[in-house]
Design a protein around this ligand. Structure first.
Ligand code: PLP
Ligand code: PMP
Length: 419
């Protein structure tokens, strides 16, 4: 594939940092080389000496003085090699990407990857396809780029390929490569446990969407931070696993399984595009915290993939129980006043309140009085001022008892608002 037509002017103008090139040259030179070229500070002047981190049911992560110096120093913009290697093995075992040109880089959470991917691909005036309601962080990153967001209808199984076909029928595939063509170049979706809907796409829907992307020569941004929180096995094949052409850019996240505050994610996709993301990283954060990367890398290497999967199984078990508790409380308190679909992945229940046209006012004004807080659905819509009858409830943090009491309060709130 030729990616030139997908890049924004800013992204196309990015050039490698000359200092980074010198650093690589230095790494390939004999030890007798005296380099006065590096711009790194001397870590002997840093106050932190060593660290030891206890791991729940696992091996301690240790930083002796040598390891600590590395952890406190600059590192490669695409990620430290041993973490990147571990992630590449994992990605190969999970998705076996058919495109031989697949590359990866480490990002500071998947949000950094996403926002840099949008910055790379979305120019003012572009038509961008997504299934709203969608993650408010995505809207926050996309909307200021001046693009035109086009909604593709979705249901509890995520984006509907028939709806996508209808949207795309405004254009002809033969218009795609004409100058100034307005055919959308980018499609974004959250394939598992969508935020806020909890929806997960079936394999067949992904295959149908991929075929349409081929027909109209579009890239697919697969934002999958809840991939590891799928309650049912086998996990559905990903867009990445179907990507014979090199048109899928996938963002993964460790936020829901290792730590959200450490800020660790990774981008997987066609090499020429991942390289553009890395050039942007060079010019912005330089790299994800070396300490964070080394700490996680040590744990992953001592766990191995087997240990990692065992950990994931425990996390899934927790969220499945939480989900079950929320669904049974919803059935107990909300049966007559609301509708929902039980999610197959993630942390969210998307609830439609009956007889209420807009939840914004209800939540902003009345919910705090009743001491229950949910996110009004409007914030996930392309036009946040449009009325929305939904609320998002997270089952990640509250105990089953708290969830039950919250839904009791919510049911009172809805009944009062209805009358
Ligand atoms: N994408 C979606 C759909 C999310 O729900 C979130 C977090 O809530 C993110 C991306 C950002 O995740 P990270 O913490 O990896 O930046
Ligand atoms: N500004 C200048 C003038 C610098 O020399 C450097 C580091 N070489 C930076 C910014 C970036 O620093 P930081 O490591 O805090 O991102």
């Amino acid at each position: 594939m030729n990616y030139a037509r997908f890049l924004t002017a800013v992204s196309a103008a990015r050039k490698p940092s000359p200092i980074r090139i010198l650093t690589e040259l230095q790494q390939r030179s004999p030890p007798s080389l005296i380099s006065l070229a590096g711009g790194a500070p001397n870590p002997n002047t840093f106050p932190f000496l060593s660290a030891s981190i206890q791991v729940r049911n696992g091996p301690t992560v240790n930083f002796d003085e040598t390891a600590m110096k590395r952890a406190l120093q600059y590192s490669a913009s695409n990620g430290i090699p041993e973490l990147l290697m571990w992630m590449k093995d994992l990605q190969k075992n999970l998705h076996n990407p058919p495109n031989p040109q697949t590359e990866m880089c480490v990002t500071t959470g998947s949000q950094e990857g996403l926002s840099k991917v949008f910055d790379m691909l979305v120019s003012p005036g572009d038509n961008v396809l997504l299934d709203a309601p969608t993650y408010s962080g995505t809207l926050a990153a996309l909307q200021p780029l001046g693009c035109n967001l086009i909604n593709v209808a979705s249901d509890e199984h995520g984006m509907d390929p028939e709806a996508l076909r209808r949207v795309l029928s405004c254009w002809s595939p033969s218009d795609v490569h004409k100058p100034n063509s307005s055919v959308p170049k980018v499609l974004y979706t959250i394939p598992n446990g969508g935020n806020p809907t909890g929806a997960s796409m079936t394999e067949q829907r992904k295959r149908d969407v991929y075929q349409l992307a081929r027909q109209y020569d579009m890239l697919i941004i697969e934002d999958d931070p809840y991939y590891f929180l799928q309650f049912e096995k086998p996990w559905a094949p990903t867009f990445l696993s179907m990507d014979v052409d090199g048109r899928v850019i996938r963002t993964d996240s460790f936020s829901k399984i290792l730590s959200s505050g450490l800020r660790l994610g990774f981008v997987t996709g066609p090499k020429p595009l991942v390289e553009r993301v890395v050039l942007h990283i060079q010019a912005s954060t330089m790299h994800t915290s070396s300490f964070t990367q080394l700490m996680v890398s040590q744990l992953l290497h001592s766990w191995g993939e087997e240990g990692f999967r065992q950990h994931i199984d425990g996390v899934i078990e927790f969220y499945r129980k939480q989900k079950d508790a929320m669904i049974s409380s919803a059935e107990k308190w909300l049966k007559d006043v609301a509708e929902w679909h039980a999610p197959k992945a993630g942390m969210f229940l998307w609830i439609k309140l009956k007889g209420i046209t807009d939840t914004q006012q209800l939540i902003r004004e009345k919910a705090l009085e009743k001491e229950v807080l949910l996110v009004p659905g409007g914030v996930f819509m392309i036009n946040s001022s449009d009325p929305c009858a939904y609320v998002r409830a997270a089952f990640s943090l509250s105990s089953p008892e708290q969830i039950d009491e919250a839904f009791r309060r919510l049911s009172l709130l809805i009944k009062e608002a209805q009358s």
